[in-house]
Ligand binder design. Structure first.
Ligand code: TXA
Ligand code: MG
Length: 345
């Protein structure tokens, strides 16, 4: 059994070698990516991988992403990378596109794949993590480094909050820039299918492939198992109830509602909205910056900030038109809000 009161070290850029030593010894190390922080363990060490599920409290039927620092690492586990796969790799790696490929028989343990004959591969755009993987000499599994069900971590401090005492180290490279998890594209089927929207959009992918991708994510419903097993769980849930303020709602109406309900109420809005409105005293306001990119970057951090204030039971959050990265933002926000909108109040 693992000692769950171990010291969790925060390691900086000049301590990558130390982080790699932990990985080689079968220990868990959280690592930075451009999207969110991941929880790393040697993907070829089954015992280490099992500890990842334990530390996160993650259901064991939910497969893990395999994080690599070279295309050769992928080719070790995958029979054949198609022309399309090579085109996408050239266009988007390193970067926020995770691709699912069919594995060679028994190439990775069941602990990684959840018993599937495929695995999801990711080549992140973070130099520290690419050095960590190269130094360790093995791919590392990389689920988001949060307690299962909590918003994904976008800073080393978020990881520390959730996993202190349960993992050996956190490699700290400051706040992440994208803020929502990678796009997941299933390349193991005839027509490539997006299973989770992210910063690399459907249009981006179709422009490279010059053909249509399948929109699996619109077909997911209760009586049909989602293709990305993780998508069926309630995710990104803060303790307060989140209400989406749709683009056609008026924030002045939200401010009036807050004034009529004298209790601390959270607001996550664009900076120009924040400045334009005369807020009642009980509004607790966090910014989402100025556009869909900054909103995606700040979404999880803001939700976590409100989680530190249990007196806040209601949060109003800016909804976006679901195009570009706005689609990934709305996918995560809808889960946080459980589909609740200001209009319903
Ligand atoms: O940006 C990201 O992708 C982050 C950073 C840390 O790399 N990682 C991440 O991992 O979001 P995770 O485990 O939180 O989400 C991975 C998703 C899960 O929903 C899982 O079910 C799905 O990918 N997945 C993994 N392997 C799969 C496979 N072979 N087939 C279908 N879905 C798979
Ligand atoms: Mg996750």
């Amino acid at each position: 059994m693992r000692n769950y009161t171990m010291e969790t070290r925060i390691l900086k850029a000049d301590q990558v070698k130390q982080a790699a030593e932990f990985i080689k010894k079968g220990e868990l190390v959280a690592f930075p990516t451009e999207t969110v922080y991941g929880l790393g363990a040697d993907a070829t060490n089954e015992a280490a991988v099992r500890q990842v599920y334990a530390a996160k409290g993650r259901p064991s039927d939910n497969p893990l992403i395999v994080t690599v620092s070279s295309v050769e690492m992928v080719e070790k586990y995958v029979d054949h990378l198609s022309e399309d796969a090579h085109r996408l790799i050239k266009a988007f790696w390193p970067g926020s596109l995770t691709m699912i490929f069919k594995l060679k028989p028994n190439a990775l343990s069941k602990a990684v794949t959840g018993g599937l004959d495929t695995a999801a591969f990711r080549f992140p755009a973070n130099q520290l993590t690419l050095s960590l993987i190269s130094e360790a000499g093995v791919p590392i599994v990389g689920p988001s480094a949060n307690t299962s069900g909590k918003p994904s971590p976008t800073t080393a401090q978020h990881v520390y909050h959730d996993l202190k005492g349960k993992i050996a180290a956190i490699l700290d490279d400051g706040p992440t820039t994208v803020g929502v998890e990678s796009t997941i594209l299933d390349m193991s089927v005839d027509q490539p299918a997006i299973l989770r929207p992210g910063a690399v959009t459907e249009d981006d992918i179709e422009a490279v492939l010059k053909r249509q991708v399948n929109d699996e994510r619109h077909h997911v419903n209760a009586d049909q198992a989602p293709k990305a097993p993780g998508m069926k769980y309630k995710h990104y849930a803060p303790s307060a109830q989140v209400y989406i303020v749709d683009p056609d709602d008026r924030w002045t109406d939200v401010a009036k509602w807050i004034e009529a309900h004298p209790q601390p109420i959270g607001v996550m809005a664009f900076q120009n909205t924040i400045e334009a409105i005369d807020w009642p005293m009980n509004a607790q306001i966090l910014t989402l910056g100025s556009n869909s990119r900054t909103a995606s970057r700040d979404l999880f951090a803001d939700l976590r900030e409100f989680d530190n204030h249990p007196e806040i039971k209601i949060i109003f959050t800016q909804g976006l038109i679901p195009t570009g990265i706005g689609e990934a933002y709305m996918n995560r926000l809808n889960k946080s809000a459980g589909q609740m909108h200001f209009k319903q109040l």
